[in-house]
Design a protein around this ligand. Structure first.
Ligand code: HXC
Ligand code: NAP
Length: 271
């Protein structure tokens, strides 16, 4: 059986798409002929990514700056993209912030900053994009994390925020389903060469410990996440909605190895 992924003429928007995992997703859609837009806070990262999307083969590429904590900036940027591309076929929401810190040592503003980026940011992206979605047919993908259901020390802010993200996914799949809009969460495992890994398992020793804790015995690649997003964005997934899909080599079943203990140790050493 041969399978061709063709996104020619499709409008794809990736919020938080200017580095790491999400940029990998944007580039994969570009390589399959989509019109792709990315957004994040920094203009230099937006410009660099737009150039890469064009080089990868995007039918059209554009970007805008916004802070997902500011719904007006998100709305203004998404409306610009809508004017250029038309209704959105695929929307990926993946902006996130993370740092290891124990709850007792964190200021309220530190906790709030992650809630505001990950959870409020997801709501802002959903709410602002709602009138701009293709109906029927749009596919929304929220990028979650294993912390959403596996408690991890020094990650109370991220655990709380990403659990909320997955509940937004489930709830909106019910609210928007009758309009033909699908919404799913993708949960990456430990993905090599990313900011997330740098922040949570930044030494070679921790990287190797993490690799060994994955039942498939390897770290994930950005392409592993891009591939599931291609599937969810395509008609192959036309009956898939309201799900939370780990793409993690079974890492979550293995309890994420010793990363929780190592993060607690790291955070205590910072005191
Ligand atoms: C304790 C910290 C802290 C730390 C920041 N804060 N870093 N507290 N320990 N290491 C506190 C600050 O003191 C401040 O509180 C509050 O958090 C906000 O910090 P700012 O620097 O003012 O915020 P801002 O400039 O908005 O930056 C947000 C950020 C930053 C989240 C702190 O790190 C960021 O922009 N991150 C985006 C990129 C990122 O994190 N990518 C990784 C995603 S990986 P006070 O009280 O002093 O005002 C991921 C999952 C990975 O999400 C899973 C892997 C398995
Ligand atoms: P990353 O490179 O830091 O990507 C984060 C993206 O979001 C960047 O484009 C960043 O660009 C943007 N961003 C951050 N804060 C923003 C804000 N307030 N407003 C708008 N944009 C913002 O991180 P990553 O490690 O690849 O992680 C990507 C996603 O995967 C995140 O949702 C993360 O939780 C999830 N995840 C990652 C891993 C992993 O192994 N790395 C594992 C599980 C889940 P600017 O800085 O320019 O704003």
């Amino acid at each position: 059986m041969s399978l061709v992924m063709d996104f020619a003429g499709k409008a794809v928007v990736v919020v938080g798409g200017t580095s790491g995992i999400n940029r990998g997703v944007a580039e994969q859609f570009a390589a399959h002929g989509a019109k792709v837009a990315v957004a994040s806070r920094r203009q230099d990262k937006v410009d660099d990514t737009v150039a890469a999307l064009k080089a990868a083969g995007a039918a059209e590429a554009m970007g805008f700056t916004c802070d997902v904590r500011d719904i007006d900036s998100v709305r203004a940027g998404l409306e610009q993209v809508h004017q250029a591309f038309g209704d959105f076929d695929v929307l990926v929401s993946g902006a996130a912030g993370n740092f290891p810190a124990l709850a007792a040592d964190m200021s309220a503003n530190a906790f709030k900053s992650v809630i505001d980026i990950d959870l409020m940011g997801t709501f802002h992206v959903m709410n602002a994009a709602y009138p701009l979605l293709k109906r029927p047919g749009a596919s929304i993908i929220n990028i979650s994390a294993p912390q959403a259901w596996i408690p991890m020390q020094a990650q109370s802010h991220v655990c709380a925020a990403k659990a909320g993200v997955d509940m937004i996914t489930r709830t909106l799949s019910m609210e928007w389903g009758e309009e033909g809009v699908r919404i799913n969460s993708v949960v990456p495992g430990p993905i090599d060469g990313t900011e997330g890994m740098e922040r949570l398992a930044g030494t070679e020793e921790l990287r190797e410990m993490t690799r060994k804790s994955v039942p498939l015995q390897r770290l994930g690649q950005k392409s592993d996440i891009a591939n599931i997003c291609m599937f969810l964005g395509s008609d192959l997934a036309s009956y898939v909605s309201g799900t939370v899909i780990p793409v993690d080599g079974a890492w979550s079943h293995a309890g994420l190895g010793g990363i929780s203990d190592s993060l607690a140790k790291f955070a205590r050493a910072q005191k």
